[in-house]
Every structure is written in C-alpha cells, then in structure tokens.
Design a protein around this ligand. Sequence first.
Ligand code: ADP
Ligand code: MG
Length: 282
Amino acid sequence: MISVSQVDYSYAVSKGPSIKALDGLSLDIQEGEFLAVIGKNGSGKSTFAKLLNALYIPDSGTVTVDGLDTKIEENVWKIRQKVGMVFQNPDNQIVATSVEEDVAFGPENLGLSSLEIAQRIESSLKMVGMERLRHRQPHTLSGGQKQRAAIAGVIAMEPKFIVLDEPTAMLDPSGREEIRRTVRFLHDKKGMGIIYITHLMEEAVDADRVVVMDRGKIFCQGSPREVFSRIDMLRQLDLEATPIGILADLLAIEGIAIKGCPLTVEEMVDTLCPLLNLEMSL
Ligand code: ADP
Ligand code: MG
C-alpha cells in the first residue's frame, strides 16, 4: 500500500515567502483501491500526485510505497515501477513515432527479454483497446486515443498503482468517456489501484473513496455518495456538485424530495420513475 504521513511540501519562490502546497497531509491508499481526489485549483492535488512516485520528496513527513521510503534514493527506481503516472497532456508523454514503440519504451528500460516485452505490449494495448491502432503515428490519434496510449505505456510496466492527474482535462466528451471506461476496466477487471485526480465531480462517482482537498489538507473523505450528498460543503469549497446532484437540488426547491442521493443518470431515473407514476395515477 501507499502511506502518506504528516507530509508538508512548499515551493520556493524567488521573491517573497515560499508557497505551502501541502500541510500535514496524511492518507493511506490500499492495494486495488480506486481513490478519487477532488479539490479546486491550487488545493494541492498535483503536488500530492508527484509525491506518490518520488517525483517530489516531502519537506517533512514520509511517503512509503510497500514500505519503501521515497526519500531514500535507492528506492526510487522500484517505487516508479510500482506507481505509474499519467498526466494531463498526452502530447508531453508520448516519445516514440508509433503507438507500439511508445508502449515498448518503459519495458525496454526494465531490461526484460524481447519475448516478455512483446507480451507486455500486446496485453497493455489490449487492455486499453488500442491493439488495432498499434502501428499508428501518435500525432494522427485523437486526444482520447493518445491518452489511452499513454496509459498503455504505464500499464506495460505492470505497476500496482496508477496515478492519473486530470487525465481528461484536455479531452472532448467522447475522449473523457474512453478514459473513464479504461480506468474502470483496469480497476474492476485487473484489480489495479487507481488514484484519480479530477476537478470534474462526475468523474469521481466511480471511485471506492473520494478525498476532498482544500488548501493542502484533506477537508473530508468518504464514499462518493457520502461526499456528493453534501452539496453545501461542496459549494463552500467552490466545487460544483455533480450534474445529478444539481438536478436533485433543483427538484428539492420545487418540492420534490429526492431520497438516497442518486449519483448517476440511471439511479436518478430509478428514483424519479416511482414518483412520476404516483403523480400520473393521481
Ligand atoms: P492543484 O493541482 O490542486 O491545482 P497544485 O498542487 O498544482 O494544486 O498547487 C498547490 C499550490 O502550490 C498552489 O498554490 C500553486 O500555486 C502552488 N504551486 C504549484 N506548483 C508550483 C510551482 N512549480 N512553483 C510555485 N508554486 C507552485
Ligand atoms: Mg493540478
């Protein structure tokens, strides 16, 4: 598991005081867990992400991955194999001239046999649904396809955890849906641990647990239903409610009480239908 304990992190600024991005943050992430991290711009989400695979080292406190302290230089290589990272802009993550070569890049650096490398490319491309696009030049792909290629490159390292920092921020709605489906598959079917950072509330509803960050701290956490039912708290933190949450709120204003905090369109339909039938039979 990943254990973050009492972590402070500040950025030095040439003029003026340093900026405290994380302030005594503690959080454990279990193997196979799907954790969503939400919070407004500047709340410390990306800084948190970069601590998880030793891109950043805490000023104080500790981060360990399967007991390996990120502070210790000899651990970094092992930690980076356990914790893969996917960032916002797929263009910055693609290094090769074909999808397949790009996915091969990581495993080739692990010193694996060519048979093992070929198998890993095959299975990673399959997991993200890119096997038929393997010979394509990355610049000819859609945003969603590029981001899936980047995810394949990370999976090919066979990490235990994948950290995705706003992976859909630059994608259109269909690209977002591709990434959502891919992430769900990796978690549900492959048992991968997912740390999914987003400012889109509706992307966090798939998670096992949602952590809400504010000013470098954890403001609150819970199941998606627990977190997203607190519409006033979300507003107070400048976070949008989910579209379904907003709808429930509007219906409540009109005197239609929605019970049980539906999170998805399907759940909302299931909640509303009995109410509508009731009205029609009156
Ligand atoms: P988020 O990802 O939630 O938007 P960040 O972790 O990027 O938050 O930023 C947390 C805080 O640290 C913000 O106040 C931000 O301005 C500051 N910050 C982030 N990166 C840098 C940097 N490279 N130099 C100085 N300040 C930074
Ligand atoms: Mg960020």
